[in-house]
Design a protein around this ligand. Structure first.
Ligand code: ADP
Ligand code: ZN
Length: 754
């Protein structure tokens, strides 16, 4: 008897396992590993969708099994590789099976979206007889006559077309159909193409020596028979990495293979996307979060049917069901958007590593500021490192000048802009060159505080201060989105003098406009992004030089390539240093380097003004010198010293619930149980080094839910054992230790420690 192990399509932890079902003989050939089926489940035997993870053979099952109803044909079956990936994710991320299945599988729209159809009208009688039929029609039936005439010429026509050409109604068509003269048919059509054919192939750039060298190395990795290899392309900003991606992808496609290009965020990398579609046209499929459900389905289908050979997209595009995969590229591999914040909390780089090994594809990680993890791997020889040190377009990186804002204050300048920066902006506007100003804080003022007692207006739902937005004179919580009025009377001391403290992009815009009344300014931050399509408009205006000064948050840090930008101002370079996160220094360095890299991408030398209150911090110093190595050496020492990645793994268990005491108790219980188990495995283990906390999370309340976290590190205990213990306590024995109302999530190698 054949038995299928099936996961039910419902996302709850209670049924997070594979159930045994008998395969009826009548559909034996149809049901195999990866099949999507319909099964009876639960008390009422309601119909559910199920996914077959495996098929086994048994003599006689221990108990009577339910039977599979049948296959679900609308949804394509999962491939063997996909099933393996699902099982691996389950282990690697301690996620639910169904969560892994949903990540790997087709978009939700599958099986729901109707394929688009067109109505066509065709002739059902020989053309030779048409004139005779027209004669037979009553004199006033002009519409019918016109239709027959029309079809005599063409044989058949799209109904919409005919309706427009002839200005006739569907009624006449129906009449003719009844007479058996014509037929009305529905034809399913492909989804509208997002891509067009390559219009004119741009003359290819003469690659620089460095670029050519890089390709020589990479080609070796592509050679048939070579074990798949992983590369780190460490190239300064503007060193022409895109060109290398393009050439390599071209070679892969020429060999009949397929490739994935991951970018941190598609809408923010329009230029890279443009380069690829110019070159590869309809061979490209886009996986993009702002596509409509239908478009997403269409793109997926294009990949599945094999018409698309290249997939470009953000994080989740790593699951694209390409067959014969030859290449995976992660551009800006250090970007945090590659880490998923929802279960499964995967990192696209990890999935890319897994797929490249399983499917024999070359893996290429590109960055000007590689993640500590990747650079460390390159040092150890696990990644082959290729370095690009020059910009093909010009000789040097931009000059960076540091301005100590404490000194500015001492000199009596309370403005957001230092004197130097103001002067330089003035100069660029005169010369008709463009400026980018970077401030990593949106809104107007960061918060509203009482001048007398220091009370700060907070969200109430969340343990976060409210941000003041001037446009609508409102305060807003950037975590839950709650909006309200800025307080005018202090609820603590009843003082009526409130102060707006700190400054965001909106205030900067206002301040710049004040200093340079004639300058045309554009602003790019999430507030602008929320207005559909508006960020594209802003970027276009900047491209066409309509906008002279572009103000933005980290959104403008990556990917933008505007040759006329010769000045970049960084307003508070140390904002991100203060985050309670061991990656704060790394993020700061990356951000500063990336932003600086926006300057001087054309023929003119670029300049960067870096304003900071912490001129001596090593992240700032290294960014100033634009020296990755210096930064890396310092940072890797710190990581080793404090037992952080890449030396030790970090695991985080988050607890959340609306009863604070219950959340705290649960977190404590889980911590104790884990400690107890670890201790019983190894008496000498110092469990206080391994289990840290629990503590309230940095943001201890979001949306009226209290949050606690437990951190674990593999200090003195193997990573795999620690993972096993966490899974045992939090998943297998969840019901014993964690009450229903407490939400628990596990994050192996977390990126957001807030
Ligand atoms: P990166 O991604 O490394 O920051 P890009 O690929 O965006 O750099 O390239 C920066 C600029 O240099 C682009 O305008 C690109 O067209 C140009 N460029 C790249 N390679 C060459 C080359 N070989 N010759 C001339 N210009 C080049
Ligand atoms: Zn809130």
């Amino acid at each position: 008897m054949r038995i299928a192990k099936i996961v039910i399509d419902q996302n709850t932890h209670q049924i997070d396992r594979a159930y045994d079902y008998a395969i009826p003989e009548s559909i034996e050939d149809e049901v195999m590993e990866g099949s999507v089926v319909e099964v009876p489940f639960g008390q009422g035997n309601r119909k559910h969708r199920g996914y077959v993870l495996a098929v086994t053979e048994t003599e006689k099952p221990k108990y009577r099994l339910k039977k599979i109803n049948g296959g679900v044909r609308k949804v394509p079956p999962f491939s063997k590789e996909q099933i393996r990936l699902i099982l691996w994710m389950r282990k690697e991320y301690a996620c639910r099976l169904i969560e892994a299945i949903h990540s790997v599988g087709p978009p939700k729209a599958y099986g729901k979206v109707k394929e688009p159809e067109e109505t066509w009208v065709e002739l059902r009688v020989p053309k030779a007889g048409i004139q005779g039929e027209i004669q037979l029609l009553p004199g006033q039936a002009t519409a019918q006559k016109k239709i027959l005439q029309y079809l005599e010429e063409r044989g058949k026509s799209q109904w919409k077309r005919m309706e427009k050409d002839l200005e006739v109604g569907i009624g006449s068509v129906k009449t003719l159909e009844k007479k058996g003269l014509i037929g009305v048919i529905k034809v399913s059509t492909p989804f509208p193409e997002l891509m067009s054919d390559p219009e004119e192939i741009e003359p290819q750039l003469m690659l620089s020596e460095e670029q050519q060298n890089a390709l020589v190395h990479l080609r070796k990795g592509l050679k048939e028979g070579n074990a798949p290899r992983s590369y780190l392309l460490h190239g300064i900003t503007g060193s022409g990495k895109t060109e290398i991606y393009l050439d390599l992808m071209g070679e892969v496609v020429e060999k009949g293979k397929t490739g994935i290009l991951l970018v941190p965020e598609i809408s923010l990398t329009p230029q890279m996307l443009g380069r690829f579609t110019e070159r590869f046209g309809k061979q490209v499929a886009l996986f993009h979060s702002s596509l409509s459900m239908k478009q997403r389905y269409g793109q997926w289908k294009k990949v599945e049917e094999g018409t698309a050979r290249i997939v470009i997209g953000a994080r989740s595009a790593i699951f694209a069901p390409l067959k014969n995969l030859g290449l995976i590229i992660l551009d800006e591999e250090h970007e945090t958007t590659y880490k998923s914040e929802q279960s499964p909390k995967y990192h696209a780089r990890e999935i890319a590593e897994y797929r490249s090994k399983q499917e024999g594809a070359l893996l290429l990680l590109g960055s000007a500021t590689p993640s500590m993890e990747s650079y460390y791997k390159a040092e150890k020889g696990e990644l082959f490192r290729i370095t690009l040190k020059k910009r093909p377009t010009m000789h040097q990186l931009p000059k960076v000048k540091l301005v100590d804002m404490k000194e500015e204050l001492n000199r009596g300048n309370r403005d957001m802009l230092s004197a130097v920066l103001k002067e330089k902006i003035h100069d660029r506007l005169e010369k008709n060159e463009q400026v980018i100003l970077f401030l990593n804080r949106r809104g107007y003022a960061s918060y509203i505080t009482c001048r007398k007692c220091g009370y700060v207006q907070t969200c109430g739902n969340c343990d976060v201060t409210m941000t003041y937005h001037r446009k609508n004179h409102q305060v807003m919580c950037h975590y839950c989105g709650k909006k309200s009025h800025p307080i005018e009377v202090c609820p603590e001391c009843e003082n009526e003098k409130m102060r707006k403290v700190g400054s965001g992009t909106q205030r900067l815009e206002e301040s710049i406009q004040g200093s340079f009344p004639k300058a045309k300014i554009g602003r790019l931050d999430t507030d602008a992004l929320n207005e559909q399509g508006s960020h594209e408009k802003i970027l276009e205006a900047f491209q066409s030089r309509e906008v002279e000064i572009l103000i933005g948050t980290q959104m403008i840090a990556k990917g933008l390539d505007f040759p006329n930008v010769t000045l970049v101002g960084i307003l508070s370079g140390d904002n991100s240093l203060h985050l309670p996160d061991f990656r704060a220094s790394e993020r700061t360095f990356q951000l500063l380097t990336q932003v600086s890299g926006r300057a001087g991408r054309g023929t003119e030398q670029g300049e960067v003004i870096l304003q900071t209150y912490k001129p001596d911090h090593y992240s700032i110093r290294a960014a100033l010198e634009q020296n990755y190595e210096t930064f890396y050496r310092q940072e890797i020492m710190m990581r080793e010293l404090f037992n952080y990645p890449p030396f030790k793994e970090l695991f985080m268990i988050n607890f959340m619930g609306n009863e604070e005491s219950v959340v705290a108790e649960t977190a404590n219980r889980v911590a104790e149980v884990i400690q107890y188990i670890l201790k019983s495995e190894n008496e000498k283990l110092d469990v206080d080094e391994v289990v840290l906390g629990p503590n309230p999370s940095v943001i201890s309340k979001i949306n009226r839910n209290y949050r606690y976290r437990l951190m674990l590190k593999d200090v003195g205990v193997s990573k795999s054992l620690l993972k096993k213990v966490i899974k045992y306590v939090c998943i297998n024995k969840r019901n014993k230790y964690v009450p229903q109302e407490v939400h628990l999530s596990i994050d192996f190698n977390p990126y957001h420690l807030m």
